[in-house]
Design a binder for this molecule. Sequence first.
Ligand code: RIB
Length: 308
Amino acid sequence: MSKVVTFGSLNMDLTIECLRLPQAGETVDGSDLILNPGGKGGNQAVAAARAGAQSQMIACVGDDVFGRELLDALKAYGVDVTHVQTRENTPSGMAFITRYHNDNRIILHAGANHALIGPEVCSVLEEIACPGDLFVTQFECDLEATFAAVERAHHMGLYTIVNPAPAKELPDHVYRCIDLLMLNETEAQFLTGIPAEGAENLHRALDWFRTRGVRNVIITLGDAGSIVCCDGQEFLVPARRVTVVDTTAAGDTYIGALAASLSQGKSMEESTRFATAAAALAIGHCGAQQSIPDQNTIEQFLKEESLC
Ligand code: RIB
């Protein structure tokens, strides 16, 4: 089994539900406030570990109470944190999340997530990763460091999974180093300029990425499932019908579970089914890392579904 190595963000999430979003200058009541470990990188590493992968994290937290809690959470979920650094005089990353009408809006404070620079990340990769391992990253850390890590991982023979979230432009030479680009409709539209609506436009967006050298692409479509383009074949994976409690970290759960399944040698088709089930289970619970299901729960869910 290959390892899943994630370079990414760790945030303490402060999240609140509201029935109406405030206008400028207005105050509204919120409810169900929670403080819980998140960050796209941490969530994806936890999802990979919970789904059965050997999961290692490269990240940075501040020397503060949130930093210690973020590290403890990763350890408790089975992620190897040997290469998570703690920086003095830097606050840990934070995310301020409003849950509204089954969706969320997020404001980030990067803090220590921007502390690691490219040579530091690359030297850890050289130390811990082997050809055939999977490398997973997103765009909440320093962008230059992220691009350098994707390039290094690719040249080392790792299978690179890039989640360009929050959406930011990528240079062409980085696109060429991506084995699997995983993004949602909003991010796809931002990067391609193609409206992410309708089968024809989605097909054009997938092609746009492929002509830039990306080998495989998955666009997640919320409750419509995900469209997968793998080895030149396109297929749709329908979403599971579940009651939505909180969509935070659903996409991260999909990515981590997918990476775990691929790391066990499963096909893209089987892995996307597994990842879709994992994401469906995550949205049935509130919060980020605390909502991510384990391998047994995902397999049981798939089994029960096949009996229906
Ligand atoms: O994808 C969800 C995550 O985005 C949250 O956990 C929050 O920390 C932000 O990074």
